[in-house]
Write a protein that binds this ligand. Structure first.
Ligand code: VGL
Ligand code: ZN
Length: 251
């Protein structure tokens, strides 16, 4: 009796080698679903007609802003992290025509070997017109750009001097592989941000219905440039979603 008992208890202590091998892999392996983030570009008073902005982009009325707000809310509700870019210039910024005596708004000049469009003063840091027009609670982070008076920064990733913003590291930290991009202006900051995202290796989808351009010709050209670099250019938010299901499908 004792011998059989002790034998059984001894057996219980032995590691089971034949059946039910201990797991060698992490207990909850993740399916390789691509993680998607949203970059909402420069939705600020100075770029909108609705707020009588100093650099109002055509088509940025209250209806446009409502569509951007609704789309951004639904993307956040679907669980996607939302990043905003915010043009945030010092008053003496190089891109303002008024800082170049004798120059007029929308003129292009050559500056240190680059073409610089001279803009009406806009998005001066802390000014009313620089305010983001969407609820702050939507955003995982707000990435400010154009803060160095010497350089313009259409891109949310880096300025014309090559200095990086926090954008790429924020996306990497969040393990993002896809970004959805929309906002203003299609031909400037949306274009540059989407191109830099693609150059950094992210899959990029740009939504035209949620974006507006400064001028028709440069907007058409911008969309061609984006497509040429592999950016998926789609009209609607619903076209942007299929490759990246936001709700996990049961397996
Ligand atoms: C922008 C011109 C100057 C933009 C910013 O948001 O597209 N355009 N600064
Ligand atoms: Zn600017």
């Amino acid at each position: 009796m004792t011998s059989r008992r002790s034998l059984l208890s001894l057996l219980a202590l032995l590691p089971l080698t034949t059946s039910a091998a201990p797991p060698q892999t992490p207990p909850t392996p993740q399916p390789p679903t691509p993680k998607t983030a949203v970059i909402v570009v420069d939705i600020q008073g100075d770029f909108t007609e609705a707020h009588k902005g100093s650099l109002a982009v055509p088509g940025t009325d209250a209806t446009y802003l409502a569509a951007v707000a609704a789309a951004t809310s639904s993307l956040k509700a679907a669980g996607l992290p939302i990043f905003a870019t915010q043009d945030w210039h010092p008053a003496n910024h190089i891109s303002f025509f008024s800082n170049h005596p004798g120059r007029k708004p929308f003129e292009s000049i050559s500056l240190n070997g680059r073409t610089q469009v001279l803009w009406p003063p806009h998005c001066i840091r802390k000014s009313q017109g620089a305010n983001l027009l969407l609820d702050r609670n939507l955003f995982s982070a707000v990435v400010q750009k154009g803060k160095d008076k010497r350089y313009d920064s259409y891109s949310g990733f880096k300025d014309d001097g090559g200095s990086s913003t926090r954008m790429e590291s924020l996306l990497r930290k969040a393990d993002i592989s896809h970004v959805i991009v929309y906002g203003v202006a299609t031909d400037y900051c949306v274009r540059a941000t989407a191109l830099d995202a693609a150059a950094a290796g992210f899959h990029v989808t740009m939504i035209t219905d949620l974006s507006r351009g400064v001028a028709p010709a440069s907007t058409t050209q911008a969309l061609a440039d984006l497509k040429a670099k592999g950016v998926r250019v789609v009209p609607k938010l619903s076209d942007a979603l299929p490759p990246t299901p936001s709700t996990p499908t049961p397996r």
